[in-house]
Every structure is written in C-alpha cells, then in structure tokens.
Write a protein that binds this ligand. Sequence first.
Ligand code: NAP
Length: 329
Amino acid sequence: MFDAIVVTRDAEGRTHAGLRRLSLDDLPDGEVTVAVDYTTVNYKDGLCLGPGAGLVRKYPHVPGIDFAGRVETSADPRYRAGDPVVLTGWRVGEAHWGGYAQKARVKADWLVPLPEGLTLRQTMAIGTAGFTAMLAVMALEDHGLRPGHGPVLVTGAAGGVGSIAVALLARLGHEVAAASGRPETEAYLRDLGAARIVPRAELAEATKRPLEAEIWAGCVDAVAGPVLARAMKQLKYRAAAAAVGNAGGADVPMSIIPFLLRGVSLLGIDSVLQPYDRRVATWARLARDLDLDKLEAMIRPATLAEVPDLGRAILAGAIRGRVVVSIGD
Ligand SMILES: NC(=O)c1ccc[n+]([C@@H]2O[C@H](COP(=O)([O-])OP(=O)(O)OC[C@H]3O[C@@H](n4cnc5c(N)ncnc54)[C@H](OP(=O)(O)O)[C@@H]3O)[C@@H](O)[C@H]2O)c1
C-alpha cells in the first residue's frame, strides 16, 4: 500500500482532492513502475487538482504532471530496477495517473534517464515549468537571439516558468527584464539575475495602437492576454516571443501589423509531446546552463498532504518560484 493524492468527483460534478491509501493493483497499465521520490506543483497541476478544466476525463484520478524517482520494476529492456528516471509530459497527471503518489506506472517511452549533473530533487525543482522555460529559450536561440541583442522580457516572472527563464537567460548573458504583478518579488527576481523589473500593470493595459517603440530583443511569455499583445508590439525588428502559457488569459488582443511591418514572430512552445531526443537535449542544456544555486533559491519544499492547497495557490498566482514535493517513504 502507498500514499497518493486522489481526486474524486461527486454526483453534483464537484471535485475533491485528498490523501488516500492505494495498492499496486490500483495503478494503470504501463511497462515501468517507479518509486516516486519527488514531484512538484505546476499551473496545470492546479487545474487537475481542481475541476480539471477538461484535462481530466476519468475519476478517481491521481494528478501530478511530472515526477522523479527510481525504477522498481520494468518490462522494458531500457530500464532496470534502481535506475533513476524523470518524467514530464505525455498527458501524465491528466489523461493518465501521475506523480502525486509514492508509486507510478507509465510507458517506458515517456521516461528519460536522470540527466547527468542533476539530482532527482533538482529535476523536480526544475519540473515541467523549467523544462518548458528551457524549450522557450532554445526556440529564441534557434530564431537568432544572442546575448548583446538587447533586453529580453520574461512575463509572469515570479512564477515557475518565469523564474527559471530569468535565471537561464541571465546566466546565458542576456539583459533580462522581469515583468511581475508582485512588487514584493523584486529582490528575489534581481537575485535570479533580472537587470530590470517591469510592473505587470505597465503591460496589462490593452492599447489600440498597432505598434509601440521597439524595446525587446526577445520575450518568454507565460501569461498571454493583453500582456503578450503589448510585448509583441514592443518587439524589435525581426525579434520573436516564445508563447509558453496563458496564466493571464487565452485571447491576445492585437492586430497583424507587428508581423507585417516589423517581421516579428510568435513561437509556440509545447512541452507535452516533445520527442525523446529533444527531451534529453533539453535536460542536458538545463544541467549545463542553469545556475543550481539560483535554482535552490527558488524552492519551496512541501509534503504530499500540502499539494491540494498548493494547487489552489498556484491558480491564484500566489506561488513564488518552484515547489518541490518530497514523496519517498
Ligand atoms: N506550453 C507548455 O507546454 C507549458 C508548460 C508549462 C507551463 N505552461 C503554462 O505556463 C504558464 C505558467 O505556468 P507556471 O507553472 O509557471 O505557473 P505559475 O508558477 O503560477 O506562474 C504564472 C505566473 O503568471 C503570472 N500571473 C498569474 N495570473 C496572472 C494574470 N491574471 N495576469 C497576468 N499574469 C498573471 C504570475 O506571475 P507574477 O506574479 O510574477 O506576475 C504567476 O506567478 C501556465 O499558463 C501554464 O499552463 C505551459
């Protein structure tokens, strides 16, 4: 028997998340059973711990979109008992039972070996949020962004994706402008490497003008909504924004003009279906380019029992940095 956070749905359609005891027989099908040591709380976890936002189709459900642990049993030759492994994506924790449990069972294809240079705990301090921040930075680099091109804007900067993006970009030599709605996070963001702080309110107001002064050499956007629209209008000629999230709304109120007159690009970032080789390469970049002391400064440690409350907190935009949930026996 082992502990898990189980979400149930009652006859009125209301969901309830709480700690339960499960047995190995309860786990879904999959080739590899993992003893989970660490998991985390991402924005999507907040959704899946609550009403689900259409992501969870079947109840009872075990959420947790990412985890790190050691293989317990494997029917796949790529993994053996004791191997340290990491999982992000593949709709684990949404369509498939996830990491908010001491045991998880998944397809071997969904796992990657623990990246060299990182501990299991550090991989979950990074988690899906940090993995996606790295994908966004790589997409901007592929588009041509180099240090010295000018300031790079990070929106939702004090959140998970934002914090890791700020630390990564600063370490890579970029001048980082951190946009946050929480003035109390200024010292935290400067410690992560932000050279300047942009109050969210400065970007949150929708404007009618199709273009504004050129400011940003690039942008990692976790927020969308009017903030992304404003950032797009302020991109330098031929610069790009990487669209990661929609914590501030799914609609982006802007015209086509910045694309036509400034040749700017909006790069879509998806972390869920990244192929294996790209995952391994992305983790290797994180191991190389993320300052692990800065990562440590982002961590809020937590237990499995705290996860339902943390899910509500992340949806309210009240989590700073990254949560690391210790799960081991
Ligand atoms: N594409 C993918 O594969 C992928 C992967 C991971 C995450 N995501 C998405 O990325 C986003 C961030 O995820 P996360 O785990 O980093 O969440 P998070 O830790 O909650 O960060 C989101 C941040 O956005 C800002 N924010 C919150 N509500 C806002 C609002 N109404 N208007 C403007 N800004 C707001 C807050 O930052 P400040 O307080 O600093 O303003 C908040 O900390 C989510 O939408 C998530 O679903 C997508």
